[in-house]
Design a protein around this ligand. Structure first.
Ligand SMILES: [Ca+2]
Ligand SMILES: [Ca+2]
Length: 569
């Protein structure tokens, strides 16, 4: 049967040149600015034209809840501890540092451009652009460039492919509408080739000026009074929160005004979504285009007494919208797998049929955009959140945090800790760090420690590595069709000395189970014998093995499978 399929494939390639190249869809990534997760509920086109036509990710977290670092991670597919873009300004971040480190030589734009995509950026690039560079500077990788230079909704300049164009204060100069016109124009001109659009409007960032047509929208609306709004007891929290006074009546009035204007300013972005969809439909490209809608960071509006801002590990700043439609994406579905902003670049590389560079820390989530995604316990076990408290106006100390489906665990440079049981305390009101089981804290701390130092393949802390054959040493083999040989594995993390591997055999077979290091060097043989069908549990002493990434390979006469996991010592 297999042989027969090969013959057919060979015949097809002779009769159709198109079959020789994998089909490559268009990709549009929309990155709103400072958009919190809850406000997307006020975008009707986003709901009907993207969410109801596609997938909503309920566990999407950015790595650094701040504009510049977040955008750098999107472009490079790396955590901020590897891009070294930690803040918005020199010396710790910003456009100039990104450029000076040579990061622009290899971004998702350069990879896709080299693969034959037409690439275009509209709107905000990186904080500080163009700095001391010529105003007409266009980074590598972009066929068309409409980079905005200031954060304004009226009276601003755009570098339009090397020409500075000034926009005034007429209604038609409204920034989001201008970007929408340029983007739809680009789409109409590029039907013949696959394209990649990075579309980054400034809304709903401060000063969140609405388009004139929306300035009366949402009359009387007020910011949500969540249980964490103006949190009354912050005795569980670190000193930087304890220092925040309770919000005054004036503070709350300002929050409500800001909230209304933010929602108003989003309506033009919502109109932009409709114009993109209409344009794609008119040229018959809608069914061949992935549209990703997200934000660079979230925003506090009074939660935990923070009247406005980001830069925290709390869900208001780190938990973001991610909504996707496109070819083969199931309609109206919610996906709970954890995804982070460093995962876009490898995903888009997969769509384009190119291999992401080895420096990439992220993981393609293309498998999550299909009808039968991999089991959730085989995916990224949680999100790494990082923040560098280096900018002068920053109240939040440097922190690293691990956010899983069960916990938010935060470590501050001050030595302070936070731990929230997010299933029972979704508003993060009662930090349990002082009373929790020390074993739990130790496990979370160990996982966090691996993630904050990880790079490249070492960041893939899941037990199952489907589709990662390219990363394995040459003598390794992955197969996907064997039923659950290694069950949970503690979500990909082992702890010494009670290191246990579970697997099940559908039939009695001779089994070899070995551990290898990252370079493919054999460390131990755990099993080499005939085993009956059924569940098996192998416990071994990991003493003498250093913390880090290992491969476990199980081999029988009929199959072989390799999985990656992290050992914590
Ligand atoms: Ca932002
Ligand atoms: Ca509290």
């Amino acid at each position: 049967m297999k042989h027969y399929n090969l013959v057919i494939a060979a015949m097809l390639s002779l009769t159709s040149f198109a079959a020789a190249q994998p089909h490559r869809p268009n990709i549009i990534l929309i990155v709103a600015d400072d958009l919190d997760n809850r406000s997307v509920a006020y975008m009707p086109n986003l709901k009907t034209l993207i969410a109801e036509q596609g997938v909503t990710f309920s566990n999407y977290f950015n790595n650094v809840p701040l504009c510049g670092p977040s955008r750098a991670s999107i472009l490079r597919g790396q955590f901020a501890h590897n891009t070294q873009i930690q803040t918005n300004q020199l010396p710790d971040g910003g456009f100039e540092k990104f450029r000076d480190l040579g990061h622009e030589n290899s971004t998702v734009a350069t990879w896709l451009q080299a693969a034959g995509y037409r690439t275009a950026l509209f709107g905000k690039y990186l904080n500080g652009y163009p700095a001391n560079q010529q105003q007409t500077y266009v980074p590598k990788g972009w066929d068309e460039w409409y980079g905005t230079m200031e954060g304004h909704f009226f009276n601003y300049d755009i570098n339009e492919n090397g020409k500075i164009v000034s926009y005034g204060n007429r209604p038609e100069d409204y920034e989001t509408d201008v970007l929408a016109r340029h983007a739809t124009d680009f789409i109409k001109r590029n039907k013949a080739v696959p394209f990649f659009i990075y579309l980054a409007p400034f809304a709903p960032h401060s000063p969140h000026t609405p388009a004139p047509r929306h300035q009366n929208a949402f009359p009387g609306i007020t910011a949500p009074r969540l249980p964490s709004f103006n949190e009354s007891n912050v005795g569980d929290k670190p000193q930087w929160v304890r220092r925040l006074p309770l919000l005054t009546g004036n503070d709350v009035a300002t929050i409500d005004l800001n909230y209304r204007e933010r929602l108003q300013s989003l309506l033009a972005a919502d109109d932009m979504i409709k114009s993109l969809i209409d344009t794609l439909a008119a040229i018959q490209e809608l069914d061949d285009t992935y549209i990703f809608f997200t934000s660079d960071n979230g925003f506090h509006l009074g939660e935990h007494r923070i009247a406005n801002g980001k830069n925290t590990a709390y869900d208001e700043a780190a938990h973001l919208p991610l909504i996707v439609r496109g070819p083969g994406v199931p309609k109206g579905k919610t996906v709970e797998h954890f995804v982070q902003n460093l995962d876009y670049a490898p995903t888009f590389a997969e769509f384009a049929g190119v291999r992401a560079p080895s420096f990439v820390d992220g993981r393609s989530f293309a498998p999550l955009l299909k009808d039968n995604p991999p089991p959730i316990n085989t995916w990224r076990p949680g999100a790494l959140i990082e923040h560098w408290g280096k900018e002068t106006n920053d109240r939040t100390p440097t922190l690293q945090a691990l956010r899983t489906a069960d916990y938010l665990y935060v470590e501050y440079q001050t030595g302070e800790r936070e731990l929230y049981d997010v299933r029972n305390d979704p508003y993060q009101l009662r930090s349990l760090h002082a009373s929790a089981d020390p074993t739990l804290i130790s496990q979370l701390a160990q996982q966090l420690d691996v993630l904050r130092k990880c790079a490249g393949g070492g960041c893939l802390t899941t037990a199952v590595e489907e589709k990662k054959q390219s990363e394995l040493p040459p003598n390794f083999e992955l197969r996907q069709n064997y039923p659950n040989p290694f069950s949970p594995l503690g979500r990909g993390t082992f702890s010494n000395p009670a290191t246990t591997i579970h697997f099940s055999l559908p039939v009695s077979e001779h089994v070899t189970l070995k551990i290898f290091d990252l370079n493919g060097q054999e460390i131990k043989t755990l099993v080499q014998q005939n085993l009956p069908a059924g569940e098996h549990r192998v416990t071994f002493d990991a003493g003498g093995m250093a913390s880090g990434v290992y491969f476990y390979r199980i081999t029988t006469p009929t199959f072989s499978q390799t999985r990656k996991a992290i050992l914590m010592q």
